[in-house]
Design a protein around this ligand. Structure first.
Ligand code: CP
Ligand code: NVA
Length: 310
């Protein structure tokens, strides 16, 4: 609960070093292998979870993760708390810091997460904003390591393709490419590119590491990992019809898999729209890995909770 030192937050992969992220990934592997070893590790601790957007995986994996570690999670939907009635986030941050040991938030504007972190005296975790989804992409890295048996250093040898919208997932993949050293090719329609500031930063820090292309085939060529996400994210529902036209062709299909590396991994953060960003066949062919990816949210977030709250 409230103390005078500045807590460490998890808002953005770029704010954590490769070594720190590597330690979370290692801990996640231990947690997955022997969860009983960590039962009670967060006994008596509470996590407040503020949701201004819908969620299945993030909500349930954090809630179950806290329970398995001996603590509790408190679900705060914006519509049933004062958050949704306009209570200022700095006040919410200061009040919750007096009750709980960490706060997770899913919201629209990334600035809100930063404001919460600025005023909270407990760790704040970004459970997705319009800008970033770091819990998901850290889990995706874990899933790749686990499936291919790669150490942290070996991630740098990968070619990763992201096909679709330059959204929170694409932005977080850019951060991951910067941290873990793999090549990332993003294919998206003109006008739907990832964040320009982030692209400029990666181009400066690691020229050539990330390429943004118009052609999905060019992005997929030789890729060991193919990723996609919905064409219309939460908050963009009114654009869905227009986006279906713009994004036609930016789909993970057997045609793309043919030009990828042999037996490529296909990842999807879910929820999926079969027939839009991914064909039903490719989804079904890779469903086992995709649902393991969803499961891994639990293990990686438990590692994150232990790292931040202990
Ligand atoms: N992938 C993901 O974050 O799923 P939810 O929106 O269900 O939390
Ligand atoms: N880009 C998607 C991710 C959902 C997990 C969204 O923001 O809705």
């Amino acid at each position: 609960m409230s103390n005078s030192t500045t807590p460490k937050h998890f808002l953005d992969l770029a704010q954590w070093s490769r070594r720190e992220l590597g330690a979370v990934l290692e801990l996640a592997a231990e947690l997955k292998a022997a969860p009983e070893m960590f039962a009670g590790a967060l006994a008596g601790k509470s996590l407040a979870m503020i949701f201004k957007k819908s969620s299945t995986r993030t909500r349930v994996s954090f809630e179950v993760g806290m329970f398995q570690l001996g603590g509790q999670a408190i679900f705060m939907s914006a519509t049933h708390t004062q958050v949704g009635r306009g209570e200022p986030l700095p006040d919410t941050a200061r009040v919750l810091s007096r009750y709980v040991d960490a706060i997770m938030i899913r919201t629209f504007e990334h600035a809100e997460v930063e404001t919460l972190a600025q005023y909270a005296t407990v760790p704040v975790i970004n459970g997705l904003t319009d800008f970033l989804h770091p819990c998901q992409v850290l889990t995706d890295i874990f899933t790749i390591q686990e499936h291919l048996g790669l150490g942290l250093d070996e991630l740098a040898g990968l070619q990763v393709a992201y096909i679709g919208d330059g959204n929170n997932m694409a932005n977080s993949w850019i951060n991951a490419a910067l941290r873990f050293g793999f090549d990332l090719k993003i294919a998206c329609p003109a006008g739907y590119e990832p964040d320009a500031g982030l692209l400029a930063r990666v181009q400066k820090q690691a020229p050539g590491r990330v390429a943004v292309l118009l052609d999905p085939l060019a992005a997929a060529r030789g890729a060991h990992v193919l990723n996609t996400d919905v064409w219309a994210s939460m908050g963009q529902e009114e654009e869905a019809r227009e986006r279906r036209k713009v994004f036609a062709g930016y789909q993970i299909s057997d045609n793309l898999l043919k030009v990828a590396a042999p037996e490529p991994l296909v990842l999807h953060c879910l929820p999926a729209h079969r027939g839009e960003e991914i064909t039903g066949k490719v989804f079904d062919d890779h469903a086992e890995l995709i649902f393991t990816q969803a499961e891994n949210r639990l293990h990686v977030q438990k590692a994150l909770l232990l790292t931040l709250m202990n």
